[in-house]
Design a protein around this ligand. Sequence first.
Ligand code: COA
Length: 152
Amino acid sequence: MRENISASDVTYVAEDGSPSIVALWNGREIGKLVYVDQGDGERLLSDVFVEKKIVLQQSLWANLRRRFSPGWGIVSASGLGIGTQLVQRFLLLCQQDAIREVFGNVTRDGDDSQPFLRGWYERLGFRIAPLDGRAEYGEVAYKVIWNPQGQQ
Ligand SMILES: CC(C)(COP(=O)(O)OP(=O)(O)OC[C@H]1O[C@@H](n2cnc3c(N)ncnc32)[C@H](O)[C@@H]1OP(=O)(O)O)[C@@H](O)C(=O)NCCC(=O)NCCS
């Protein structure tokens, strides 16, 4: 099975109920950005992820075949620009909603396992704010902050 995900087949849906933007491919959720309004024009980007392991077939036969060919019928949506799209659409929404500041926390685990995240956020227009070492931030490595143009 050689089905692959093409970025042009992905659609994005904003959901108001639990504030989020979802990336859909063939009706399946393959990525999601979740946010929370904090009041006073502040919005927390609480999570953004893109699936790295999408199992295309779940039949008994497919599962058996995977035992002998690991990875068969499994595709990744990572590295196709879907995470970038989710964040860009989110920032557009923030501008429409007249949000004053967006911020997110990158945990130490995330920083260790994905060192590219700093550059990724910076290219998307965020600035990196190092923590001042206060205990309440626990395992957070650094914050990322975004303001609409003209409010930096
Ligand atoms: C962070 C994340 C959402 C990025 O989504 P994505 O769709 O894979 O990323 P994109 O395709 O939009 O961006 C790709 C860029 O990120 C970088 N990147 C993404 N994955 C990478 C990897 N495994 N190794 C190195 N660089 C990587 C590249 O610099 C690439 O830039 P390029 O387009 O110039 O090559 C995704 O990796 C993910 O789900 N990570 C796990 C959850 C997470 O840590 N979220 C952030 C919480 S703070």
